[in-house]
Design a protein around this ligand. Structure first.
Ligand code: APR
Length: 238
């Protein structure tokens, strides 16, 4: 039998227990700064230093020694290793915790905090230090043309065609640690259901906006519900 295909979507909730903030929890990022001031192309055009400072703070935080992949990241890397069929992990997160846990078939649909994109030559380069208007593009050497390689509100998420292709043929769709507030990711469960055979599962701390669209749900901290779910899938399927 052709092995069944799995698509997993993750959001900020999977990284919360690694010490990274979510966006819409009461203590989340959007309770501290306004999207319009730091996460839109207009904000960057208006005040690039403010936007650089916002991502410099998060980039430094992500590289703190204490920030490590947690048991949920590890469980998804194990599932990819041990599942005999295809698996694609799509993350809304811009952290590198899935990579550090060992996930390989991974799409960062909202980009990556530890990458810089040059507006002069288009090159995308690894970037770990603070970014300023004086920063030089590693590829073309131009100063002042770098932006963080993340997708801002109003911009097109990355690799959408590849994601929709995978949703169109998947047998299992699992949404983990996302509030289901932001499109197009919040529409992935409906895409999967439309393929006529996908079993859809939500693993989250609490029911998301789209909770009623899922066939199955388990609520609790990701470091508890994700490893338990992966264990069951590998042993008994779904
Ligand atoms: N375990 C599992 N889920 C958790 C945990 C945890 N320990 N802690 C919080 N959550 C859940 C919250 O209940 C919430 O449903 O994670 C979800 C986080 O939701 P958001 O903060 O809205 O983050 P996310 O869904 O990833 O946001 C999507 O919005 O601002 C944009 O680009 C940003 O990628 C982000 C997108």
């Amino acid at each position: 039998m052709e092995e069944r295909r799995i698509v997993i979507l993750t959001g900020a909730g999977i990284s919360k227990e690694s010490g990274l903030e979510t966006f819409r929890d009461p203590d989340g990022i959007w309770a501290q700064v306004r999207i319009e001031d730091v996460a839109t192309p207009e904000a960057f055009a208006r005040n690039p230093e403010r936007v650089h400072a916002f991502y410099n703070h998060r980039r430094a935080g992500l590289q703190a020694d204490a920030v490590l992949p947690n048991a949920a990241h590890d469980a998804l890397a194990r599932l990819e290793r041990d599942w005999p069929g295809e698996m694609l992990l799509v993350t809304q997160n811009i952290d590198d915790l899935h990579e550090r846990a060992g996930s390989k078939a991974l799409i960062h649909m909202h980009g990556e905090l530890l990458k810089a994109r040059c507006l002069a030559c288009g090159a995308v380069s690894p970037w770990h230090e603070p970014m300023t208007l004086a920063s030089l593009c590693p590829a073309c050497g131009t100063a002042g043309t770098l932006r963080v390689n993340v997708v801002w509100f109003g911009e097109m998420p990355m690799e959408m065609e590849r994601i929709y292709d995978a949703l169109g043929v998947c047998d299992l769709f699992v949404s983990i640690g996302t509030s289901g507030n932001v499109y197009p990711a919040s529409g992935f469960v409906a895409e999967a259901r439309n393929n006529g055979r996908a079993h859809t599962v939500e693993l989250n701390l609490e029911p998301s906006e789209g909770h009623s669209l899922f066939d199955e749900a388990h609520y609790g901290p990701a470091t508890e519900v994700v490893p338990a779910f992966v264990e069951r899938i590998l042993k008994d399927g779904w």
